[in-house]
Design a protein around this ligand. Structure first.
Ligand code: ZN
Ligand code: FE
Length: 262
């Protein structure tokens, strides 16, 4: 079905899973299809579907880690949903039916998501971007005020992945897979203490968490202004973490290493 201006927007539900993961449901009213993004486990996904009266038809996986695919096989057995995941890592995605990459994108109901290949956290990590709905599902690549650990990739890979996401519009909503924002804010403030926008955002995050509220989604406007991992090419961060002859990717690597020790 072609996308039209009169299409109703995607409905997006956010709910917690495990200790600090987020589950997301996206529902396309035009086709009555519903996808779970990165289901760590089946039960909270099914409960969220029931609460909204939605039937699960798809799973979209960003990468192979257990806290992102743990619910795949159980949900497929219970609902018959189709599992979409990164072609590069198809062998590590349980139950995968549709392997996608940047060239294919990902079809979901009346929508077509752009797929970004964003290795760094893992070698095959992808992100899903619904342009008309201004929604980015970026797994463990970009976090609110942070980025994923470099388990399988290099700083250069992660930097080029982050630049792809940074190129999206400011009003993009960033649905990342973990509630790490408050601890990320503490590190970000140590990395860039002169950043007034970051100081204000850290206060907002503290207020939300004290009220028991989610900090997700963030927006790319906030992340571009406040997230040190998206700002490795900014002078203050280069001065603090860089050295002679270091590339922006090297600075990103130094910031990530400092966060690992923080
Ligand atoms: Zn992960
Ligand atoms: Fe994770």
């Amino acid at each position: 079905m072609p996308q039209t201006a009169t299409q109703p927007p995607l409905e997006i539900a956010v709910f917690p899973m495990l200790s600090d993961n987020y589950g997301f449901l996206i529902h396309d009213p035009a086709s009555a299809k519903t996808a779970a993004i990165d289901p760590a486990e089946a039960a909270p996904v099914l409960a969220a579907c029931a609460a909204h009266g939605w039937q699960l038809t798809h799973i979209l996986n960003t990468h192979h880690h257990g806290d992102h695919v743990g619910g795949n096989l159980d949900l497929k057995a219970k609902t018959g949903c189709a599992i979409v995941g990164p072609a590069y890592d198809r062998a590590r995605i349980p139950g995968i039916d549709v392997a996608v990459d940047e060239a294919s994108g990902a079809d979901f109901g009346s929508r077509h998501a752009e797929v970004f290949f964003v290795p760094g956290h893992t070698r095959g990590h992808i992100a899903y971007y619904f342009a008309r709905d201004k929604a980015l599902f970026c797994g463990d690549t970009l976090f609110a005020l942070g980025c994923g650990r470099l388990f399988e990739g290099t700083p250069a890979q992660m930097w080029s992945s982050l630049l792809k996401l940074r190129a999206l519009p400011d009003d993009t909503r960033v649905y990342c897979a973990h509630e790490y924002t408050q601890s990320n804010a503490r590190f970000a403030l140590s990395a860039e203490p002169e950043n007034a926008a970051l100081a204000a955002q850290a206060e907002e995050v503290a207020r939300l968490r004290a009220a028991g509220q989610f900090t997700i989604p963030s927006t790319l406007a906030v992340e571009k202004a406040c997230n040190p991992f998206l700002r490795a090419d900014q002078p203050d961060l280069r001065r603090r973490f860089g050295g002679a002859g270091m590339t922006d990717a090297d600075v990103l690597g130094a910031i990530r290493a400092a966060k690992d020790r923080f």
